[in-house]
Design a protein around this ligand. Structure first.
Ligand code: 0O2
Length: 227
């Protein structure tokens, strides 16, 4: 009998089972998250193609920067708990639609709408929801376009349609949102009224800046024909 076999014989079978279950759970979760990473990769490729083609046809880039993130396991489990979802992968997959997130920061408002339209109309993309916080800002002043899309991920033995949250906004909207996010956490979600008011004012200024910059751009270069 090998040393390893002897060790297995001496280990409490219940403990061995728990270790195996734990490992299976971790492997299953890692596999589950991997699909979201693949979905992000698919969306990033689409964005890069749109960006490069646009740059080729016009004399500027509609995208300032793009980033992506996978929700951390802690914040994923917290969201599932807050929504009373069962703590199993199926409930989490159906109930949490922003496990994969992509944020596109555009030069101008019209670029944000153009990108949303270009992504949404691709044949392999299914748009699940669209929230237009640019036309209808949140009461605090938050502006952005939010799309929840489903993108197919081709695996060796199956095709998975995976949810991705795509946020599209301008540099000014992004600047506002990242500052507001920091303030929100600093005050533990209860921003004092006067600061809230200032944030609303800042959102209006950011909007004015967006309009002015786009108007200036069009004055100098002419309106961009996207057809
Ligand atoms: P994180 O860490 O950025 O992922 P849901 O996404 O379903 O939980 P909701 O409110 O229906 O909730 O979705 P919505 O309105 O589309 O907003 C989702 C995400 O948009 C948030 O994700 C933020 O990233 C961003 N967001 C929405 N409202 C605000 C806001 O007022 N200020 C800022 N700075 N960002 C906002 P999470 O899950 O909150 O966080």
């Amino acid at each position: 009998m090998s040393e390893l076999d002897e060790w297995f014989d001496s280990v409490d079978p219940a403990m061995l089972q728990r270790l195996t279950d734990g490992k299976q759970l971790r492997d299953g979760f890692a596999r589950f998250m991997l699909n979201y990473q693949f979905a992000i990769d698919e969306i990033m490729t689409k964005i890069n193609i749109l960006r490069t083609e646009f740059e080729h046809l016009h004399d500027y880039s509609p995208i300032e920067h793009v980033n992506s993130r996978l929700k951390s396991p802690e914040s994923l489990l917290l969201k599932a708990k807050n929504r009373d979802l069962g703590l199993n992968l199926e409930s989490i997959r159906d109930g949490v639609l922003d496990i994969a997130g992509v944020r596109i920061v555009c030069s101008f408002v019209s670029d944000a709408y153009w990108l949303a339209e270009m992504l949404s109309s691709q044949r392999d993309i299914t748009v699940v929801t669209t929230k237009d916080y640019i036309a209808h800002p949140k009461p605090n002043g938050y502006k952005s376009l939010h799309l929840i899309v489903k993108v197919p991920v081709f695996l060796s033995e199956s095709v998975q349609n995976v949810h991705v949250e795509v946020q599209i906004r301008t540099v000014a909207m992004d600047f506002w949102a990242s500052l507001e996010h920091k303030i929100y956490y600093k005050y533990e979600h209860a921003i004092p009224k006067d600061i809230l008011l200032e944030l609303q004012e800042a959102a209006v200024v950011a909007s004015q800046l967006d309009s002015k910059m786009e108007r200036l751009h069009n004055e100098v270069h002419g309106p961009t024909s996207r057809r």
